[in-house]
Ligand binder design. Structure first.
Ligand SMILES: Nc1ncnc2c1ncn2[C@@H]1O[C@H](COP(=O)(O)OP(=O)(O)O)[C@@H](O)[C@H]1O
Ligand SMILES: [Mg+2]
Length: 221
């Protein structure tokens, strides 16, 4: 479960977040929507503990993350949170399989176990025959599915996605969105997805509208 209380964030004189209160339940799929510049990415980075709020509280699975040291926070993030970005951000020198294994190796998983699990996830995503390819040998949709596999390798309870289908065509977009719902049904992760895609937003459990640094409205689907 994710809970934020009164989160604020400024960049210089620009106050981007003016007090965000959210509670997102375990296994929920939530869409965050709002105009460009509204602070959606900033909020996702803060929920993901990649950036710190100026004030306010953040709890992830009961842990108040701002109280953790840098080192503990990095370990917490690695185990609890998976990230999917608009542009896959795979490492170009490594194969799909290696890219997926990296977070597990960072978590000090044994290489053989990391490889086994990475293969299972890639297989689940119908990427078994693409595992030894490097990112530039994969299509856009395949790269994004590899990025989702990488986000899943450490079995995080929370997946954060920032416009994950923003660079995909309709078919790949639909496949990626279906994957999110399949994963939630089978593995019960919580998904927070920033999106401009109206169909995806409508398909989620709840849509949170962010504007002028506050939550303007939430709509239960
Ligand atoms: N690191 C930063 N330094 C300065 N300004 C930033 C930084 N990150 C974001 N901003 C500004 O904060 C505002 C919100 O950005 P962002 O969270 O990326 O919005 P969104 O994702 O909703 O489009 C924008 O005006 C942006 O220019
Ligand atoms: Mg953004």
């Amino acid at each position: 479960m994710i809970q934020t209380e009164g989160i604020t964030k400024s960049f210089g004189s620009l106050q981007v977040l003016k007090g965000i209160d959210l509670t997102i339940g375990e296994g929920e799929i939530v869409a965050i929507v709002g105009p460009s510049g509204a602070g959606k990415t900033t909020l996702l980075q803060i929920i993901g503990t990649l950036d710190a709020p100026d004030s306010g509280k953040l709890y992830i699975n009961g842990t108040e993350t701002v109280r953790l040291s840098e080192e503990k926070l990095a370990a917490f993030r690695n185990r609890n949170i998976g990230f999917v970005f608009q542009f896959h951000q795979l490492l170009p020198e490594f194969t799909a399989l290696e890219n997926v294994m990296i977070p597990a190796l960072i978590a000090r998983e044994k290489p053989a176990a990391a490889e086994k699990r990475a293969k299972e996830i890639l297989d689940f995503m119908n990427l078994a025959d693409r595992m030894s390819h490097k990112p530039n040998e994969l299509s856009g949709g395949e790269k994004q599915r590899v990025a989702v596999a990488r986000a899943l390798i450490n079995n995080p309870s929370v997946i954060l996605a920032d416009e994950p289908s923003g660079s995909l065509d309709t078919k790949n977009k639909e496949e990626l969105h279906k994957l999110f719902f399949d994963l939630r049904d089978q593995m019960h992760q919580t998904f927070v997805i920033v999106t401009h895609d109206e169909q995806l937003a409508t398909d989620t459990d709840r849509v949170i509208h962010i504007k002028d640094g506050t939550v303007q409205l939430t709509i239960d689907n």
